[in-house]
Ligand binder design. Structure first.
Ligand code: ADP
Ligand code: ASP
Ligand code: MG
Length: 421
């Protein structure tokens, strides 16, 4: 008997009727003759609600207490789902991270899984039980850790790898991976398959349909992974596979938007060896990750450069705490921060060695009157920073330019109201 690992996201578990719907989907997989392990997210917008509560009692909540708090959401949905499955006549058991033994690095809010014990999982599967596991959480040094927003996808793939599952199915509120977020581009095209490499890049640059680390883990262990709808169980959704198995046709596979960064511009940095190193060492020493970086051409009049880079907006307050130190080590007076930006990226294995893709992206943005503030490229990705108010238009235009949209409108389940718990 093979093992199938499934994961259901918050929208799919938003109320008791939806939990019963998920219970039926889990039982259907079991009745197909598979052993089933199901990973769950918190119900609806529970995690956002818990974050809001923490902000009401503390300006700077401790990372340890945040993980204690946020991990509770998944325990609610796991136990309710186990109850619903038992009610339908199938033995089930819910387990949280310490009951399974999901060990992570000792880092709060963005921990990496390092080991998953399988003894208890195998025992319950042999007993014929369906196992429900809380996603998003782990343990380190006797404390609860969480894996970062959207991290239940990674819990699912890591469990699938640990128990040597046949496959890992990520059930969500859309019918699979589309060429772009169907909430921005209503006629985005559903993808039958996408390579691990492209999916990783897309998730990394803002396609939040999957947690990037889940794709990284699936690629490393060649775990077959599907993204599919929890509301249309017969639809197989999108298969994520190795690039060697794919037939690349279009140069660009998908377009994504990331609204989670801010741009910092450091003006008039003296053009001499060591200044960039001083700046980025200071940022690294304070655990401030940098994404895009541009250094301007040194002007001969005053021999200075401007250095611009982006950081995560959630790190902005931590960056601001070091602004004066940066000014003093670089001997300058001005740092500008621009919060009103979005990063727009095109991703595709088909762009390798194909000239004109970047030119096509810039031309399409120019035609739409959209100004580009920064550019970054890698082998299968080109990103442009634009003003946030232009971002939706940019995504729509790029989908049109690279033939990633169609005539039909994708079916998208509406987001639930924030009071759904
Ligand atoms: P879940 O609660 O199931 O984990 P998420 O909200 O994390 O769901 O992810 C699903 C959402 O991802 C979709 O509702 C969609 O708006 C968004 N999304 C962003 N980019 C894409 C894409 N390329 N394809 C499909 N969905 C996408
Ligand atoms: N509940 C967590 C979140 O909202 C984890 C997840 O949904 O994957 O980010
Ligand atoms: Mg998610």
């Amino acid at each position: 008997m093979g093992i199938v690992v499934q994961k259901f996201g918050g929208t799919s578990l938003a109320d008791s009727e939806k939990i019963k719907n998920v219970a039926r989907a889990v039982i259907k997989e079991k009745e197909n003759g598979n052993n089933v392990i199901t990973i769950v997210s918190a119900m609806g917008h529970t995690t956002d609600f818990l974050i809001k509560l923490s902000e009401e009692v503390s300006n700077v909540p401790s990372a340890r207490e945040m993980d204690m708090l946020l991990s509770t959401g998944e325990q609610v949905s796991a136990s309710l789902l186990a109850m619903a499955i038992e009610e339908m006549g199938h033995p089930a058991i819910s387990l949280n991270a310490w009951q399974v033994g999901i060990e992570t690095e000792p880092e709060y809010s963005n921990a990496r899984i390092i080991d998953i014990k399988t003894e208890r999982l195998n025992k319950h599967l042999e007993e014929g039980k369906i196992i429900i596991i809380t996603g998003f959480q782990g343990i380190a040094n006797g404390d609860i850790t969480t894996l970062g927003r959207g991290g239940s996808d990674t819990s699912a793939v890591a469990v699938a790898v640990a128990v040597k599952a046949n496959r890992c199915d990520i059930y969500t509120d859309v019918e699979g991976v589309y060429t772009s977020d169907p909430r921005i581009v209503p006629n985005a095209l559903p993808l039958k398959e996408i390579s691990y490499e492209e999916m990783f890049e897309l998730a990394h640059v803002g396609a939040n349909v999957l947690h990037p680390r889940s794709v990284e883990t699936a690629r490393e262990f060649e775990m077959p992974m599907r993204v599919r709808s929890s509301f249309k169980l017969d639809n197989l959704g999108t298969l994520i596979i190795g690039v060697d198995k794919m037939e690349v046709t279009k140069p660009v596979t998908g377009v994504a938007r990331d609204n989670s960064q801010v741009r910092v511009v450091i003006c008039d940095v003296e053009d001499k060896p060591g200044n960039a190193s001083k700046l980025f060492n200071l940022l690294a020493a304070n655990n401030l990750s940098v994404d895009m970086i541009i250094q301007s051409y040194a002007r001969s009049s005053n021999n200075t450069n401007d250095i611009a880079f982006t950081i995560a907006s959630e790190n902005l307050n931590r960056f601001k705490a070091h602004e004066e130190e940066i000014k003093s080590i670089l001997n300058l007076s001005n740092i500008f921060i621009d919060e009103n930006i979005s990063k727009i990226s095109i991703v595709g294995s088909g762009m390798i060695d194909r000239p004109g893709i970047a030119a096509g992206m810039f031309q399409s943005l120019a035609k739409a009157g959209i100004n580009i503030k920064m550019i970054a490229t890698s082998e299968i990705k080109i990103s442009c920073l634009v003003d946030r108010e232009d971002s939706e238009k940019a995504v729509v235009e790029l989908c049109r330019h690279f033939e990633l949209d169609g005539l039909e409108v994708a079916e998208v389940r509406g987001n639930l109201p924030s009071d759904v718990l």
